[in-house]
Design a binder for this molecule. Structure first.
Ligand SMILES: Cc1cc2nc3c(=O)[nH]c(=O)nc-3n(C[C@H](O)[C@H](O)[C@H](O)COP(=O)(O)OP(=O)(O)OC[C@H]3O[C@@H](n4cnc5c(N)ncnc54)[C@H](O)[C@@H]3O)c2cc1C
Length: 492
């Protein structure tokens, strides 16, 4: 697919990565016709809705398997001695173009970890502005935003969604019809940014409709390899295509490369822990030890079962229709195995996801070399916290009870569970919600960007993506990522 736009020599502002946040920022910043906005995206682009790759439209699958054309695969260590890999979107729309379509807000108490200027009251107008909620109106919901939010009607529920909701209600969990209302907890339908089986992500909502603006250039298939500085002032970017390395001159750069690539790029550019950078021969521009440090994500225990009778799922059925949110745990009765949801992933068993939404464990991203072509080392350090292990063991026990109850036991037979820390490690995965690898904060010693998304210690450099969330929200992060980008666009 051709790059969108010619090769720009300079710009007023360059947005690095046309993913979930980058799409919103590019669309919003280019509303000012006097501002020359360039977006550099490593993955393929498309010039309009008609060129949108059809396999990205289908919200019934996650196109992130080993042969995907739309992802960066990263090898990771999930917990000591247990490796795996994660995918991040690498295409116009980024991870939001390949994700599960679960579009839910953070909880009010999640903002207790954020600077005071990012309280729930202050961010609510931006959550509302991004959406049109098809099911609910009133003070919590948007009515004219570009992203549709809807829940699956009961008649479209997969048998696993209905059976799981029945047993959760019978076990005393409250009904939770609106997971985007403050105080939501219990069992209920998930809000989805899916319309007629098609994901409507930030690229389709904010970027693609504006590609014909004369002051907006999207340069796809081009990877930023370094931010360039004169002293501590941004002067431009080094970028590479398959055929050449070039520079783009600019005094303002917004990194929206996502929670793995953004800390990677910062460190390659001399911003990070000074000892770590010096050991790799990278000249230090700003000593910020929190770059790549103490990130958070949702560890997910995959509890497998087999169906007692064949169940049917249509192409329109999303991966997830209902969740149970109880305490720090989210339970996800997926409507298909990951083998079926992810093309090329191989055979998989149907499963219930038991997910820790408020983990204590903290991960780390570090460079393996100063070569931009080498992926960084991503260590999740899941299950290192005794509290996390205990909460997950208790949750798996409860999941087992639910799976052996009434409608669930008539539908499926769980595999035997010999619950131990080893069993947890053997069934461990991640929800791919990585956040907080360049945290926002008021204290320079404990964060990477300030409340206005400015990188500490340098001029002209901003970060606006899930890396700046102080901790991963206790719900999926996508709606929060879009909210953050929309709010940031008001002061960038
Ligand atoms: C498979 C999958 C399923 C998920 N499911 C859900 C879900 O159902 N609900 C939910 O809430 N969350 C989900 N998430 C998480 C959510 O989608 C992400 O948190 C969110 O999209 C991240 O947005 P971002 O803007 O921070 O980064 P991204 O959307 O990942 O955007 C980063 C962009 O930057 C580009 N880029 C990176 N490095 C460079 C570089 N050096 N030069 C140029 N461009 C670069 C990338 O190609 C990408 O397009 C899922 C994530 C994945 C991967």
């Amino acid at each position: 697919m051709a790059a969108v736009g010619g090769f720009p020599e300079s710009a007023d502002v360059v947005v690095v990565g046309a993913g979930s946040c980058g799409s919103v920022l590019a669309g919003r910043l280019s509303e000012d016709p006097e501002r020359n906005v360039v977006v550099v995206e490593s993955g393929p682009g498309h010039r309009g809705p008609e060129e949108f790759p059809p396999d990205l439209n289908d919200a019934g699958v996650l196109p992130v398997g080993p042969n995907s054309r739309w992802t960066w695969p990263y090898p990771v260590e999930l917990t000591s001695g247990r490796s795996g890999w994660i995918a991040r979107g690498r295409v116009l729309g980024g991870s939001g173009a390949v994700n599960g379509g679960y579009f839910v807000r953070a909880q009010v108490e999640d903002f207790g970890d954020w600077p005071a200027s990012w309280s729930y009251e202050q961010v609510l107008p931006f959550y509302r502005a991004i959406e049109t909620d098809w099911d609910f109106t009133g003070q919590w919901h948007g009515t004219d935003g570009p992203i549709p939010v809807r829940r699956e009607p009961l008649e479209a529920w997969h048998p696993i969604s209905s059976a799981f909701a029945d047993v959760a209600h019978a076990a005393g969990h409250p009904d939770d019809p609106d997971k985007n209302a403050p105080g939501s907890k219990g069992i209920g339908p998930v809000p989805l940014n899916i319309r007629d089986g098609v994901r409507v992500g930030p690229a389709s909502a904010y970027l693609i409709p504006n590609l014909d603006r004369p002051n907006l250039t999207v340069r796809s298939d081009t990877t930023v390899t370094r931010v360039l500085f004169s002293g501590t002032r941004v002067t431009g970017l080094e970028v590479s295509t398959t055929s050449e390395v070039r520079m783009i001159r600019t005094s303002e750069v917004v990194l929206t490369a996502g929670a793995v690539a953004t800390p990677h790029l910062l460190m390659l550019s001399g911003i990070g822990d000074a000892d770590h950078l010096s050991a790799l021969g990278i000249p230090v521009v700003a000593d910020l030890p929190e770059v790549g440090a103490e990130f958070t994500d949702h560890p997910e225990i995959v509890v497998p079962y087999r169906y007692r009778r064949p169940v049917t799922r249509t192409r329109r059925t999303p991966a997830l229709q209902v969740t149970l949110n109880t305490g720090a745990i989210e339970m996800r009765p997926y409507t298909a195995s990951f083998g079926d949801l992810i093309p090329g992933a191989g055979a998989g068993k149907p499963c219930l996801g038991v997910v820790l939404m408020r983990p204590h464990s903290r991960g780390e991203i570090r460079l393996l070399s100063a070569d931009p072509g080498d992926v960084p080392r991503v260590s999740y350090r899941y299950l290192e916290s005794a509290d996390d292990r205990r909460t997950l063991r208790d949750a798996v026990s409860h999941a087992e009870e639910l799976m052996h109850a009434g409608p669930m036991s008539r539908l499926l037979e769980p595999e035997p569970i010999e619950l131990s820390d080893q069993w947890l490690a053997d069934h461990l995965g991640t929800s791919l919600h990585l956040s907080g690898s360049c945290r926002m904060g008021v204290n320079e010693d404990e964060s990477v960007v300030d409340e206005r998304c400015r990188v500490h210690g340098v001029d002209g450099l901003f970060v606006v993506d899930t890396s700046i969330l102080p901790t991963v929200p206790s719900r999926g992060p996508h709606a929060t990522a879009v909210m953050v980008a929309l709010r940031a666009s008001t002061f960038l």
